[in-house]
Design a binder for this molecule. Structure first.
Ligand code: ADP
Ligand code: MG
Length: 209
């Protein structure tokens, strides 16, 4: 039995699926961000991931770490606002953790996610419960760290991200633009937590076959 592994091709497929999700859910993310922000999260992420796919096609990086670093750089350079640099940090730190690695197993992949999440927290200073992407990523990374295999672990991580995403709805935002609304930010699902759930769901799909 061959174990599922994160390699160059599955990483490219993951990013391609995430770009697709950002295109398909652009309007949904715009509406979520219109309620508690400035309405650009869907267009930001869609534009950034389109750019990332162009860069991947041009440079054809040879391993998972290089793929993620290429996407990270494209996001940082093409997306204004909070989420571009934060997703850039997440994927850059993951890419650093996976530098020159291939056929990555669940332990190494979970460690890469942990490093990425630590980067997001160091940069954005959000803690769980602040109503940000950290609320989806934190339980997902935790689930992956508990996992024994990659595909099952990612399914659990995506479920945890989805629950974290839904759990942002009643919260009052303490970071990012939504925090300007104070109590009025409660009752709306966080856009960045939603795109983070799609990032996990894309990984599940990429590793499923
Ligand atoms: P902007 O808020 O600059 O318009 P986006 O709309 O693209 O950027 O992204 C908004 C999302 O970014 C929020 O829904 C939230 O999840 C995330 N976010 C904002 N600030 C932070 C932060 N300091 N830490 C973590 N995530 C954050
Ligand atoms: Mg916005």
């Amino acid at each position: 039995m061959t174990a599922v592994a994160v390699n160059r091709d599955t990483t490219v497929d993951w990013m391609r699926r995430f770009a697709q999700e950002m295109a398909e859910h652009r309007q949904e993310l715009v509406e979520l961000d219109t309620a508690i922000g400035d309405g650009d999260h869907g267009t930001n992420m869609d534009r950034g991931m389109r750019k990332a796919m162009e860069k991947l096609a041009e440079s054809a990086p040879g391993d998972p770490g290089a793929v993620l670093k290429t996407v990270a750089m494209a996001l940082v350079s093409s997306v204004g606002g909070a989420a571009g640099p934060l997703y850039g940090t997440l994927l850059l730190q993951m890419g650093n953790a996976l530098a020159n690695r291939d056929e990555v197993d669940v332990v190494t992949f979970a460690a890469a996610w942990r490093r990425g999440l630590d980067g997001v927290v160091a940069r954005g200073k959000a803690q769980p419960g602040d109503k940000t992407m950290v609320d989806a990523l934190t339980p997902a990374v935790h689930a992956l760290e508990q996992a024994h295999d990659l595909d099952g672990g990612l399914v659990e991580a995506a479920q945890a991200a989805e629950q974290g995403m839904y759990a942002t709805t009643p919260l009052v935002a303490r970071r990012g633009r939504a925090s300007y609304l104070g109590e009025r930010s409660a009752g709306h699902q966080d856009p960045g937590a939603t795109s983070s759930y799609y990032l996990l769901r894309s990984a599940v799909a990429a590793l499923a076959d």
